[in-house]
Ligand binder design. Sequence first.
Ligand code: HEC
Ligand code: HEC
Ligand code: HEC
Ligand code: HEC
Length: 117
Amino acid sequence: MGKKIFIALSLLAALGAGISLPHSEARAASIKGKHGSEGLGCADCHKTDKPTAAAGVEACLECHGGYDQMAARTKAMHNNPHDSHLGRMGCLKCHRVHTPSEYLCLECHSDFEFKDK
Ligand code: HEC
Ligand code: HEC
Ligand code: HEC
Ligand code: HEC
């Protein structure tokens, strides 16, 4: 709680003040989680300092390795999201960088407690 409401209120305040935020810039204005706190720059993922479209999954693989590496990293989870009965999927099927992730598994397993860092 709290954070979402705060963001919503900030946006309302910005709009109320007559500042218009195009949709894509509003989303890109923040880099959530560790990517933000580790100080990643736009070009680390987008290959340009002035991105206008989504980044590709290649960037994720460059830094995090491929699926084998991710499956090994999270192998202690009984419901390992990187090695499940769904097989292997592109990172962006679940993870987001500027908005909350949408963990596909939760569509069926509402009891799994997956959370963004
Ligand atoms: C860790 C990788 C990463 C970094 C760093 C990053 N982006 Fe992104 N960006 C993405 C991905 C992945 C998407 C696709 C949507 C999402 O995941 O939120 C995206 C989407 C976007 C979009 C399209 C948004 C839309 O509405 O479709 C813009 C514009 C953008 N980023 C700008 C930026 C800017 C500006 C920065 C630097 C301040 C930045 N990004 C940093 C990965 C990154
Ligand atoms: C320039 C290197 C770099 C790129 C590119 C990158 N990451 Fe990361 N990522 C990191 C670092 C550093 C951390 C923090 C240490 C860690 O958890 O490995 C991190 C952490 C994460 C985390 C866990 C922490 C959190 O905040 O959620 C996820 C999930 C993640 N990255 C997914 C992605 C995805 C998906 C992409 C592609 C859009 C991506 N990363 C691109 C470097 C990168
Ligand atoms: C089917 C959904 C899904 C896909 C696809 C996926 N992930 Fe994840 N990922 C998750 C979930 C769920 C977590 C755990 C979140 C939590 O800690 O509750 C996670 C955690 C992570 C973490 C943090 C691990 C840690 O030690 O805390 C990183 C880094 C990461 N993913 C990177 C990736 C990369 C890179 C890819 C693509 C090769 C990828 N993920 C594909 C769902 C997915
Ligand atoms: C389309 C629905 C669906 C999706 C999406 C889905 N599952 Fe499942 N999963 C099932 C069904 C059905 C079963 C078998 C019945 C059961 O045991 O709950 C199952 C069983 C499991 C089990 C063994 C039983 C348990 O609850 O421990 C695990 C672990 C699991 N899934 C993990 C995942 C992970 C991780 C993801 C995301 C990468 C995922 N599933 C996505 C439907 C789904």
